[in-house]
Design a protein around this ligand. Structure first.
Ligand code: TPP
Length: 340
């Protein structure tokens, strides 16, 4: 790991209560993702993609959100590794399982999209897109709407390192930073140093993706996204900067990809990456914040919850053919396009 990344195995800067909460949410997210992988592997879903290895960063991103609906709250343009962020914001296991199992009860897409392609209008979580990186240009729209709003809502957009090669990423840097028209955008790149099977070194000449923001006079940060304490403290600083200054910030978080890219590459555990949960648990035990037995109980609590959720969701119905066009075209009194 580069020396630009701070090593914070210390915990003292956050209260024990908050550390326990962060750990609890990280475990919930991990157990949920591992349950989704099992659902895929037992043939009860067609595809899995998710975020094991990004929990330290993702949970902090969600915990610090100003959650609600409308321009005065934060908007989230997440990519397909957003489970930890949404778990921290209140995502239930049942709803995540409804999405991967394609059930009509799925509140995000009515059972018509991939796992981790969430959408929660009530929390300003806009639909996750399958084409990578388009979220960076879509995010400009909500940030423009928020620019002059006195209520201090901001726009958060996330993506991966390989995807930052797409033109949408460059467009968002330009739009976010026009002099005198800067946008309240927190742009993050979760850098796991691989894009499906393309190594970072085969694609990037720059050492830090965040440095690209400097050409646009943007504030930038490179953080250790495997460390929940550093992630929380740095993200708090980043949120506050964007919220108060109404200016963009490009933050690069170094993260792991613990189960490969997706089910397309097997969804098998890869021990070449370090596991943020295991490292955090060692620190929590060393500081007597949690014991081994207490940690085991937290896993058991979420294993049971995930299993009960599967049993419940399994009996729910798939979407009906009649609803295939729902939410595709305007409905109700706006259905007649000739009125426009
Ligand atoms: C526009 C577009 N091009 C290619 C793909 C196929 N694709 C899906 S994920 C991915 C790799 C993305 O890697 P990265 O941005 O590093 O994120 P990671 O998956 O590693 O988190 C690619 C090429 C796509 N979905 N959309």
């Amino acid at each position: 790991m580069s020396q630009k990344l701070t090593d914070s195995s210390k915990t003292s800067s956050l209260s024990s209560e908050l550390l326990v909460k962060i750990h609890d949410l990280m475990v919930k997210s991990r157990v949920l993702e591992e349950r989704l992988i099992k659902i895929y592997k037992t043939g009860e879903a067609y595809f899995w993609i998710g975020a094991p290895g990004e929990e330290a960063f993702g949970v902090a991103l969600g915990l610090l959100a100003n959650k609600g609906q409308g321009v005065e709250y934060d908007y989230f343009h997440l990519h397909y590794r957003g489970t930890p962020t949404l778990v921290a914001m209140g995502l239930t296991m049942e709803d995540s399982i409804r999405l991967i199992m394609n059930k009509e009860t799925d509140p995000c897409t009515g059972g018509r999209n991939f796992s981790n392609h969430y959408c929660f209008p009530e929390w300003n979580v806009v639909p996750v897109t399958s084409p990578i990186e388009v979220q960076y240009t879509v995010a400009i729209g909500t940030a423009l709407a928020q620019k002059n709003n006195p209520k201090l809502g901001i726009t958060v957009v996330t993506g991966g390192d390989a995807g930052s090669a797409e033109g949408d990423f460059a467009s968002s840097l330009i739009w976010a930073s026009r002099p005198g028209n800067e946008l309240p955008m927190l742009l993050t790149v979760q850098n796991n140093r691989v894009g499906i099977s393309t190594a970072y070194e085969d694609q990037h000449g720059e050492e830090y993706i965040a440095d690209r923001g400097k050409a646009f006079r943007m504030k930038t940060m490179v953080i250790n996204g495997l460390d929940p304490v550093e992630s929380y403290l740095k993200l708090k600083e980043a949120y506050e900067y964007v919220r108060i200054e109404r200016k963009p910030l490009l933050l690069e978080a170094r993260v792991s990809r613990l189960y490969g890219h997706s089910s397309a590459s097997g969804a098998n555990f890869e021990d070449s990456f370090s596991d943020p949960l295991q490292t955090f648990e060692k620190t929590l035990m060393k500081h007597s914040i949690l014991s081994e037995a207490e940690i085991k109980n937290i896993y058991k609590k979420y294993e049971d919850e995930s299993w009960e959720a599967v049993e419940k969701v399994r009996s729910e119905k798939p979407p009906r053919a009649e609803t295939v066009w729902d939410h595709t075209y305007a409905q109700g009194e706006n259905a007649d396009w000739r009125k426009f």
